[in-house]
Design a protein around this ligand. Structure first.
Ligand code: MF3
Ligand code: CO
Length: 252
């Protein structure tokens, strides 16, 4: 069931979204050669707690750390640890925070120092694919229109669309109905209504769309070891568009 949130629930989600956005901004200056993913996780954990929120990923289905950090060919769900970032890496911070029972969720892929033209291309077009999808959202739209916009944009730019993982509804659960795939047909799927809240999150690959899971049972990597990028915002469906909760304009 896709729920429509009350104004009170939306007010809590706005705070959660703002905390997620602020955590990204707080971490950005630390994303440099030499820092370990474990150190970034600790900084994120302490920051989220300092904002009276809880890092929703911690213990989620047994996930052992507070945020997901995925480097280069890692698509999602990388477990922070001893790995040191290197100049030329790309790194995805996927951050979730829960404030008074309501969640915000946003992933962003960042360059570490100077990156290759290929990686710049991947980052630019994965971010644009997210906004392409978001641009279709409004009261009454079919979910397939959003999925299709992302897929078309990715295909036009010859990027592999990961199919096994999707965006999702979000609210007092981190993952709610509906699934929000990054591929699909226009005019299909559930109708979105004002007051629904969803996380849209294209995961695009420079090469094959195929993915594998590592022996740690969490980290997902690309089938050909080429880099992958991931951009995600949590949004409210509105009358004539959407309101981004995890972006800079959500000032509470
Ligand atoms: N942020 C992820 C998402 O978008 C959730 C990760 S859950 C974890 O759905 F357990 F892997 F942390
Ligand atoms: Co998500």
């Amino acid at each position: 069931m896709i729920t429509i949130k009350s104004d009170y629930e939306l007010s809590l989600m706005k705070v959660a979204g703002k905390i997620v956005y602020d955590t990204h901004q707080y971490l950005k200056p630390f994303i440099k050669e030499g820092i370990t993913t474990g150190e970034l996780d600790k900084l994120a954990h302490d920051y989220i707690i300092s904002r009276d929120a809880y890092p929703s990923c911690l213990n989620y289905e047994g996930f052992p750390k507070s945020i997901c950090i995925s480097v280069n060919e890692e698509v999602v769900h990388g477990i922070p640890g001893k790995r040191k970032l290197k100049n030329g890496d790309i790194v995805t911070l996927d951050i979730c925070a829960c404030y008074k029972g309501y969640h915000g969720d946003s992933a962003w892929t960042y360059p570490v120092g100077e990156i290759s033209e290929d990686k710049k291309y991947l980052l630019e077009h994965t971010e644009k694919a997210l906004y392409e999808g978001l641009s279709k959202i409004k009261d009454g739209v079919r979910l397939g229109d959003i999925s299709n916009a992302i897929e078309e944009y990715a295909c036009k730019h010859k990027l592999g669309v990961v199919r096994e993982l999707t965006g999702h509804g979000i609210g007092n659960n981190l993952h709610e109905d509906p699934d929000v795939p990054n591929f699909g047909k226009k005019g299909t799927g559930p109708v979105l209504k004002k007051g629904m809240t969803i996380a849209v999150e294209p995961m695009l690959n420079l090469g094959t769309r195929k993915i594998y899971i590592l022996d740690d049972d969490w980290t997902i990597i690309t089938g050909d070891n080429k880099p992958s990028a991931h951009f995600e915002h949590t949004v409210i469906v509105t009358e004539d568009g959407c309101e981004i909760l995890t972006g800079g304009d959500n000032i509470e």
